[in-house]
Write a protein that binds this ligand. Structure first.
Ligand code: GLU
Length: 420
């Protein structure tokens, strides 16, 4: 790695993936660093007053990876472990994800190192607004468009949009996506990421000749992505036999009642104390025998210690970066496991974010059916392009996805030229 500011294991992981794809593409050495390194970042201090009168300063970041194809696009993460290197890696992955889906965006990502569940609603609102206020010179509908990620919600996006709009003096709904539908949000956005994960899982089950009704799934992470993926898998006929969140794993070989689990979490915030399955440790959950394993939480959960112990046919990566480089190498030796790589598998979210942005800019709104039809068309196109690339290059699905996305960004930079 050759960065002093983004130094982190997750950034190193994203760089290694890039280097491998650039080698496969035999990318011109004059282009490599330009395509790889994040264009710019902003780190801000966000002081807020807590309900008890105390003033606390939270650190916030935003990284914009490249500006060559349109505004930058990507989520905003609220999590205690967020750091600049992680955000930079996530921004890089957004670039390849948007390019793979054919969206006119560069990648971005933001984050605040905070546990959002430790804050009251008022504190969360003050922090969200303060962050957006600090970001005003750095974002905008044609500059950088935020969206939800781990720990952020449509309500947080609504506060962001309101803060930005108050600053510019007119309604600027296209400055963020993932807003509530009543405020310029798109139908279908909330379920888009999880739905896309389930859609790809089903599509690859079909390719393997496994009927969804005979298939089982394990979903790791039960936030927006994991719970929506579990719901959609159920709807496709797949039996979800285990779920998990920070409180641990819950296993029920007869099938988890997803609706009940979602209701429980909306009341209790986590699955702690839920009795719809036998409690098992999170690392055991990943090794359960199943057809689909869907990691839908944070990075690097599939690593060199558990990669050889996985007992699934398909890994459907709902999270960004759930599989380390070392785990990829181990899994490459296992012909029984098919990896649906993150930048394809979870691209449904940013695709519907793009639809939301387009609808906001045009002040015209599509029905849920229209949104989902258009989404499925783009997902099918990306999968077909990835499979064609894989056959052409004889590489893994991750390498095929990355090389397609990276090549498109590299071409845009090459054609635009290097401004003196
Ligand atoms: N945070 C999501 C992701 O990682 C969505 C980004 C967006 O909708 O802009 O893909």
């Amino acid at each position: 790695m050759n960065s002093n500011i983004y130094n982190s294991p997750v950034f190193e992981m994203a760089c290694r993936q890039f280097d491998r794809a650039a080698d496969i593409l035999e990318m011109d050495t004059r282009l490599r660093q330009r395509v790889k390194m994040p264009k710019r970042c902003l780190a801000v201090s966000c002081p807020i007053e807590l309900d008890n009168g105390e003033v606390v300063v939270y650190e916030g970041f935003r990284v914009q990876h490249h500006l060559s194809m349109g505004p930058t696009k990507g989520g905003l993460r609220f999590h205690p472990k967020v750091d600049l290197g992680e955000v930079a890696a996530l921004a890089m992955w957004m670039s390849w994800k948007c390019a793979l889906a054919g969206l006119p965006y560069g990648g971005a990502k933001g984050g605040i190192a905070v546990d959002p569940f430790a804050l009251s609603l008022g504190e969360l609102e003050r922090l969200s607004r303060r962050y957006m206020q600090e970001m005003i010179p750095f974002v905008g509908p044609n500059v950088d468009v935020m969206a939800p990620d781990v720990g952020t919600t449509p309500q947080v996006m609504a506060w962001m949009m309101d803060t930005y709009s108050s600053y510019v003096g007119s309604n600027a709904s296209a400055v963020v996506t993932g807003k509530p539908v009543g405020l310029g949000g798109s139908e279908g956005r909330k379920e888009a990421t999880g739905y896309g994960v389930a859609y790809f899982a089903k599509s690859y089950l079909d390719d393997l000749g496994i009927a969804p009704e005979e298939a089982t799934a394990v979903v790791q992470g039960f936030g927006n992505v994991g719970s929506e993926a579990a719901k959609a898998l159920n709807r496709f006929g797949v039996k979800v036999i285990a779920i998990s969140d920070v409180s641990g794993g819950y296993h029920n070989p007869h099938g988890i009642d997803i609706g009940d689990a979602i209701k429980y979490v909306s009341k209790n915030r986590t699955l702690e104390g839920w009795n719809g399955g036998d409690q098992i440790p999170n690392d055991e959950l990943l090794e359960i025998k199943c057809d689909i394993l869907a990691p839908c939480a944070l990075e690097r959960v599939i690593n060199e210690t558990n990669a050889s112990k996985l007992n699934c046919r398909i890994i459907a990566e709902g999270a960004n970066g759930p599989t380390t480089n070392q785990a990829d190498a181990i899994l490459a030796e296992n012909p029984d496991v098919l990896i649906v790589p993150d930048i394809l598998c979870n691209s449904g979210g940013v695709i519907v974010s793009y639809f939301e942005w387009v609808q906001d800019l045009q002040s015209t709104f599509w029905t849920r059916k229209e949104v989902l039809n258009r989404l499925c068309k783009l997902l099918d196109r990306s999968k077909a392009e990835l499979e064609a690339q894989r056959s052409k290059l004889g590489c893994s699905r991750r390498e095929a996805a990355l090389s397609l996305g990276i090549h498109r960004v590299a071409e845009a930079k090459r054609i635009r030229g290097l401004f003196p």
